[in-house]
Structures are given as structure tokens and as C-alpha cells.
Design a protein around this ligand. Structure first.
Ligand code: IMP
Ligand code: MG
Length: 183
């Protein structure tokens, strides 16, 4: 194990099982032929989860991407959401959007994006997160699909970063606090 990783929280086999379970839940809920499922990947943290999840989902779906952030540098949220890449499609009123997120912390990002996309005219908006830290909520928010609840620790890997590093790790790990203690 790398010496800047304190511990592996979710290993590749567990991630595989989690994603299979979440994909089965999505299949169950979107199998109705009237649904037009569009998976919306929130860049960049969700790309690994999105890639694995979309391979497991068997109902027809499209994919799209947005980029948004509630974070400044490092591990501290700024509380405001910036949209850096918007979802632009002419058929939103016929789209059942499922926002794919890497992790929910304060809840600010997903509660904002849900309201934002409904406001833009999406037919329905649901949310799916790989990880959730419920103890960190600053706004009341519950995802429709959740891979795993985790304790209040800063994690990296499987898409999640610390200052753009560690995204390619094949597991979810707790970063050694010495890496960011100088913040
Ligand atoms: P929220 O708006 O506070 O819920 O923040 C969610 C976003 O914060 C996620 O999409 C991540 O980009 C980032 N984030 C929150 N906790 C962590 C973490 O433990 N590791 C890496 N990124 C995190
Ligand atoms: Mg993110």
C-alpha cells in the first residue's frame, strides 16, 4: 500500500458487488418502456463509477455529462455550486435524468443540481451516489440510490481526488491526514 494512504476502505471486489447491486436497483425502477433514462455523470469524480455502472445497467439508457463543484481547493466546501459544464439538450421534457455522483458530503451539490435540472424542464430527476457521508449534511438531502455510507473521513480513489491526485486508484481509501494537514 502507498504510504500516503492510511487505509483501504472499500476494495475492488466490494466495489464490484456494490455497483452490481445499485445497477440492479436502477434496472428494476427504470424497466418501464415509457422511461427515457439518461445517466448524467458529474465530472470528474464520477467517471470511474459511471463507467462501471453503465456497463452493468441493462435497461436502455443514454449518457451525458455535467461539471459542477461546491468545493474550493483541498477538503473544505465553499457552500456555493458553480456549473462549469451545463447539460444542454433540446428534449429535456422527455428525459428521466439520473445524476451519477461520486460522493455526497454537505449535500449542497446534489440538492442544487436536482432543483436546477427540474427548473430547466427535465421530466424527472433522481440521484445516485457511490458514497455518502450522512454525518456531514448541511442541507437535508437523501439520494435515491447509494452505494455505501462511510464515516466522516476524506477519501480518495475510484475517481475521487485530493487536489486532482489519486483518481486512478482501483479502491476507495482514506488519505493519510499528513498529506493535507499543511492546508
Ligand atoms: P457536497 O456538495 O458537499 O455534498 O460535496 C460533494 C462533492 O465534494 C463531491 O462531488 C466531491 O467532489 C467532493 N468531496 C466530498 N467529500 C470528499 C472526499 O472525501 N473525497 C473527495 N472528494 C470529496
Ligand atoms: Mg465531485
Amino acid at each position: 500500500m502507498r504510504n500516503d494512504i492510511a487505509k483501504i476502505l472499500i476494495d475492488p471486489e466490494e466495489l464490484d458487488a456494490i455497483i452490481a447491486r445499485v445497477a440492479a436497483e436502477i434496472d428494476r425502477d427504470y424497466k418501464d418502456g415509457e422511461k427515457n433514462l439518461v445517466l448524467v455523470c458529474i465530472l470528474k469524480g464520477s467517471i470511474v463509477f459511471m463507467g462501471e455502472l453503465m456497463k452493468r445497467i441493462t435497461v436502455p439508457c443514454e449518457i451525458d455529462c455535467m461539471k459542477a463543484s461546491s468545493y474550493g481547493a483541498g477538503t473544505v466546501t465553499t457552500g456555493t455550486v458553480n456549473i462549469h459544464l451545463d447539460l444542454v439538450r433540446p428534449d429535456l421534457d422527455r428525459c428521466d435524468l439520473l445524476i451519477i455522483e461520486d460522493i455526497i458530503d454537505s449535500g449542497v451539490t446534489l440538492s442544487y443540481l436536482t432543483r436546477y435540472l427540474l427548473g430547466k424542464g427535465a421530466r424527472s430527476v433522481r440521484t445516485c451516489t457511490l458514497l455518502d457521508k450522512p454525518s456531514r449534511r448541511r442541507v437535508d438531502f437523501t439520494p435515491d440510490y447509494c452505494g455505501a455510507e462511510i464515516p466522516d473521513e476524506f477519501v480518495v480513489g475510484f475517481g475521487l481526488d485530493y487536489n486532482e491526485r489519486y483518481r486512478a486508484l482501483p479502491y476507495v481509501a482514506v488519505l493519510d491526514p499528513s498529506v493535507y494537514s499543511g492546508e
